[in-house]
Design a protein around this ligand. Structure first.
Ligand SMILES: [Cu+2]
Length: 122
């Protein structure tokens, strides 16, 4: 009878240790941080004018690329930069500009000076 008790205790010990040294305590694989790379410049970019904002506010295109703005707001806006400008755009109208020189081009709306955007040409 005593031998059976010892075997019983041994089985119990094995079961308990089996529970604690399971996969939970195995070393976790190191999490690799996500690699954040900016989107490559494209030949064409689209900017929407919605709710007094240019969206996205910043786009990057290649030299010779074209940006097209789509006016979706109920109020008229312009797309005006240092050497380019649309006329007053009403809802549903678009304006495109081709950028042939590399650089950074800030632009805005002449009616609402707080509306600003940026085109980067690479
Ligand atoms: Cu505006």
């Amino acid at each position: 009878m005593k031998k059976g008790l010892i075997i019983g205790i041994l089985i119990l010990v094995v079961l308990i240790s089996g529970c604690t040294s399971g996969p939970a305590s195995a070393p976790k694989p190191k999490a690799t941080p996500p690699v954040v790379t900016p989107p490559p410049p494209t030949e064409k970019a689209e900017v929407q004018i919605i709710d007094f904002s240019f969206y996205p506010a910043e786009v990057t295109i290649v030299k010779g690329g074209t940006v097209t703005w789509s006016q979706k707001d109920g109020i008229s806006h312009t797309v005006t930069g240092g050497d380019f400008s649309s006329s007053k755009l009403n809802q549903g109208q678009t304006y495109s500009h081709t950028f042939n020189e590399a650089g950074t081009y800030d632009y805005w709306c002449t009616i609402h000076s707080s509306m600003r955007g940026k085109v980067t040409v690479k």
